[in-house]
Each structure stands twice: as structure tokens, then as C-alpha cells.
Design a protein around this ligand. Structure first.
Ligand code: PMP
Length: 403
């Protein structure tokens, strides 16, 4: 391998669920959890547990402080102007659905258009289809460049004043291609459209600053950022959130309730009906501290070196077709000629290499690539050269087995 990991991260010991000799290459699906996150969750339930926002006793007041500290931590992590712009949701899927319901409810009308891209995850397609169907809006699909990036020249040519919203992945969960968010924002805003960025795969591997990016909404899931499942984030510009109606009614989202008339709380509470995932927020706080202590620029450099090594080694195997650009962020999709990706995944599993095989919740992208499914190796902070070697040895074994 010619690309050297110059300053390899050596943090696998922080991850108790990764046994020696197991190459976990499915971080794009969900990341393993470091000890500080597991400890924060254990402490949250085992030592400091109580509800938030309601209790008059000290334990509940302390938990409320911790829960709101997590919100401020997320705001700082994303470069948000205020913690009030951070809505806790279950994950990216819920964040996109929230915008597709609440923003679209007042801002989208018949004849309006939404621009998505060919590589979007189903979570960034289906909610918009549902929103568009409700009001009679239409969806346009931006094509990809030959190497699997969202073609922003094409997007620019497609956008018209009828477009009210653009929604794009910051990093593709299949190809790892990185969006030029600055340019995407610029061309969306030029026609007066708002832009949502699906940051699910970006936040664990690139520094993100929503103020510098100048986008309108940004979503991500905690579990892909080494945090717990069941907690994620919607960031929205304060003036947009302020104008959005709530989507779920219940406790915590109200100002005053009577049978005659109910008024709503200001954001973010307006969008957080019910008892929230309290300990999830504490776990997410610990995950952000963990990732920040390593440094996202270092994580990105580490994963870029792993990607370069993996692509170079896989390219050396005749029957392997690599998908996506060479500078993909932490994710390498590939096909082995004549072998179904599920068979690739099964044989790799026998060699203790865990990859994902399937359509990756991106069936329109599979159609554009002309495949039913791909094999996907995705990296995290805990991976090292030994994992690439195990992957490549395993793929060689696949080619031997299938002749
Ligand atoms: N968008 C992208 C790009 C993703 O990779 C994923 C998860 N695979 C999602 C959205 C949905 O995330 P979740 O299932 O955590 O809501």
C-alpha cells in the first residue's frame, strides 16, 4: 500500500464492542460507541436520572441543566447562532420529516417545485414526495457527474423561481462524495429557494459550520456520530423555525392550553412534544466531546487515507469495480464482477469483516448506477490499515471462490 497513514488514530481500545480481529466497516450505517458515551448513558440512568423541564426537585432541575447543556454543545459543534435553533429529534429521518411537514405546511403550494438529487437516501426523498403530494408541488432530480457527485452545474441550470426548496446530502451514504455546500447554497438562494442539508454522513467525518455554510436547515443522527440511537438534531435558522407551526401536539410544546384555544411555545420546545430522549441527549453530548477531542480535521485526514488505501488495493483486483470519486469521505462502494453483493458480504463476514451489502436506502441511486445493490465499506475513527488488509484479503477470497 503506497498511501501511508501518517498519524494513525489509535483509539480502538476506547470501543469495548469491537473485539480484536474484527474489522468493523459499517460505520456509515451506525458507529460503534466509545467508553465515554457508554459511561454517560450509564450515569444518566444509573446515577442522575429524572425528568426534565417539569420537576420542582433538585434532581430534575439538574437533569434539565444537563439536557439543555447538551443542546448548547450541539449548537457550538454546528456553529449555530443560538441553542434555540437546535431541535432534538429521533434522527435525521425525523428531522427531514419535521421540515417536510411544518415548513412545507405554510411555505409550499401547488405548482411549486423541490429539487433533490439522484443520490439521496430515501429519508431525503419520501418525506418530500409526501409533502409535494399534499399540496400539488413537483419534484425535480438533479443528476450526478460521471464520478458520482451531485452535478451542481446541472442543478444551477435546473433551478427556477418556482423552486422553493433544495434538499441535498452533504456526503453520500453510498458513494462518499462530498457536496460543495457553499455553491449549492448560493445557487439555491439565487432563485429564492431554501436549502436543507442532510448531514448524516458528513457530521462524523468533516468539520461543519452551519453559519459559514449559510444553509437554512441541517440534520444529522446521533448514532452515526458515535452517540446513541434515538437522538438526532434538526438545526434551522431561527426566523424559519419561528414561522413554522408545530407538528406533534402534547406536553412541553405549549404555552397555554384551554379547550377554547391553545397557544404554542417558542422553538425549539414547540417541536419537542412529550418527554424527550433525555439520556440520549447526554450521550450525544459525550459523543461530541469525544469526536471534538480527536478533532474532525484529523478524523477526516485519517479516513481519507483509509479510503485511498482501500481504493488502491481494491483497484488491483481485476473483477472489482469501484464506485464514487477517489476523494470520497470515509465510504467506498464497490462491485465484484459476477458476484452478488450479499455473497460478498457473507464471505467477508466469515473472515470477520463486517461490511454492508444492499441498496443502502438509495434505490434511485442504484437505478442510476445500473445495479441492484453494492458492497460498501465505511470507516470510522477505530479503523486502521489492518482492517483494509482484512477487507482486501476477503475480497480476493471472494474472487477465488467465484472463480
Ligand atoms: N441520510 C443519510 C445520508 C443517511 O446515511 C441516513 C442513514 N443511513 C439517513 C439519512 C437516515 O438516518 P436515520 O436512519 O438515522 O434517521
Amino acid at each position: 500500500m503506497s498511501t501511508v497513514l501518517e498519524r494513525p488514530l489509535d483509539v480502538v481500545a476506547d470501543f469495548p464492542a469491537i473485539p480484536a480481529g474484527w474489522a468493523y466497516l459499517d460505520t456509515a450505517a451506525t458507529a460503534q460507541k466509545p467508553k465515554p458515551v457508554i459511561d454517560a448513558i450509564a450515569r444518566g440512568y444509573g446515577e442522575t436520572y429524572a425528568t426534565v423541564h417539569r420537576g420542582v426537585y433538585a434532581r430534575s432541575a439538574d437533569m434539565t441543566i444537563a439536557y439543555e447543556a447538551a443542546r448548547r454543545r450541539v449548537a457550538a459543534f454546528l456553529g449555530a447562532a443560538s441553542a434555540d435553533e437546535i431541535v432534538f429529534v429521533r434522527g435525521a429521518t425525523e428531522g427531514i420529516n419535521l421540515v417536510a411537514q411544518c415548513w412545507a405546511a405554510t411555505q409550499l403550494k401547488a405548482g411549486d417545485r423541490i429539487l433533490l438529487s439522484q443520490l439521496e437516501h430515501h429519508a431525503n426523498i419520501v418525506p418530500w414526495q409526501m409533502a409535494a403530494q399534499r399540496v400539488g408541488a413537483a419534484i425535480d432530480v438533479c443528476p450526478l457527474t460521471a464520478d458520482g457527485r451531485i452535478d451542481l452545474d446541472a442543478a444551477e441550470a435546473m433551478l427556477t423561481p418556482a423552486h422553493k426548496l433544495v434538499s441535498l446530502a452533504h456526503v453520500s451514504n453510498v458513494l462518499g462524495s462530498i457536496l460543495d455546500v457553499h455553491r449549492a447554497v448560493e445557487i439555491a438562494h439565487r432563485v429564492g429557494a431554501k436549502i436543507l442539508i442532510d448531514g448524516c454522513q458528513a457530521v462524523p467525518r468533516l468539520p461543519v459550520d452551519v453559519t459559514a455554510l449559510n444553509c437554512d436547515f441541517y440534520v444529522f443522527s446521533g448514532h452515526k456520530l458515535y452517540g446513541p440511537t434515538g437522538i438526532g438534531v434538526l438545526w434551522g435558522r431561527a426566523e424559519l423555525l419561528d414561522r413554522m407551526p408545530p407538528w406533534q401536539g402534547g406536553g412541553a410544546m405549549i404555552d397555554r392550553v384551554s379547550f377554547e384555544r391553545t397557544t404554542y411555545a417558542a422553538p425549539p420546545a414547540r417541536f419537542e412534544a412529550g418527554t424527550p430522549h433525555i439520556v440520549g441527549a447526554l450521550g450525544l453530548h459525550a459523543a461530541i466531546d469525544y469526536v471534538d477531542a480527536i478533532g474532525l480535521s484529523r478524523i477526516h485526514a485519517h479516513e481519507a487515507a483509509l479510503v485511498a488505501n482501500a481504493r488502491e488495493a481494491l483497484r488491483g483486483i481485476n473483477s472489482v469495480r469501484l464506485l464514487g470519486p477517489d476523494d470520497s469521505a470515509g465510504i467506498v462502494s464497490f462491485a465484484v464482477g459476477g458476484v452478488h453483493p450479499h455473497d460478498v458480504g457473507t464471505i467477508l463476514d466469515e473472515a470477520h469483516v463486517a461490511i454492508r451489502a444492499g441498496h443502502h436506502c438509495a434505490q434511485p441511486l442504484m437505478a442510476a448506477l445500473g445495479v441492484e445493490a453494492t458492497a460498501r465499506a465505511s470507516f470510522g475513527v477505530y479503523n486502521g490499515p489492518q482492517d483494509i488488509e482484512a477487507l482486501v484479503d476477503g475480497v480476493r477470497r471472494v474472487t477465488r471462490i467465484f472463480g
